[in-house]
Design a protein around this ligand. Sequence first.
Ligand code: SF4
Length: 300
Amino acid sequence: MSESWYQRARRRWALAHRDRAPVDRGGRNLLSSNKIAGPSWDVPIAVTCAPSSTCAASCYALNPSKPITWSGAVNRQHLRLSLAEADPQQTAERIANEVKRRGLPHLTIHGTGDLTQATVHMINALAPLIDVPIWVRSRKPHLAAKLNNHKNIYLHFSLDQTSIKRRDVFLRLNPSVQYFFSYQGQPGERITDTHGCALVFADRYDQRLLGSQIPSKARCPLHDLCTPDRPRGSATGACASCRRCFDGSLVSDQQAIAAVGSPAGEEDRRSTHGKNGGPGTPRSVLAELAVDAGDAHRCG
Ligand code: SF4
């Protein structure tokens, strides 16, 4: 059987990085820059993600043709993670200084990778130090639920067909952080239901895979910017222009969805309720979900 991209990433990690100190080649900037999502804290997927099958099939950070998977980028990801694991508070202060020095308008957490215990502490320490929005993308319910309810933390919890129950786990943990859910389509999946999510992504932003049932405000603008007839680079800076993921718009939309209820939440509402008014989760679901997964967005 051929090696999957995720297996490849883990093998390459073991060969080049495991049990080794990352090389700090200097430079003032710790953050990377994602051409669509903007300034970004990226960490290694091989040791922070446990991908669902949708992630494994579609995550851009597993595609060996993408520079983000190349050794130089992975070494920087290793360095960031090592710093956060060693001293979350000091790393938060370093990021805050960089955000202020460079005048960054927002910060994306996890252009690649996902939360760890240390990075949860780091983000919670960082939030009071800066005034700009912190857009945290995660698929790990237990860690995401530990993020603080701070005015500039916006949790974007990513779901897909193979991990939809993680929403219930997250809500059962009574999160206090501001959050919304997104639904990521699998390769070839036609999406005709938001699945109770405020935001929807078709695979490769292919708008032909979005049914007319999906309301316009649930469609990420990248579906219009990433069409084949658009010139290369049309989506550059898209998130800084849109900002819906970190200006509170989608948090409000998610609260509205929770208020009216969704088909996906009916069964759960019969059991218990989360602190934010969302559905709770039967214990059987909690027991079923032992694995967290990484971010599956394709960004160009
Ligand atoms: S909704 Fe806006 S901010 Fe969110 S991913 Fe799409 S373009 Fe970026």
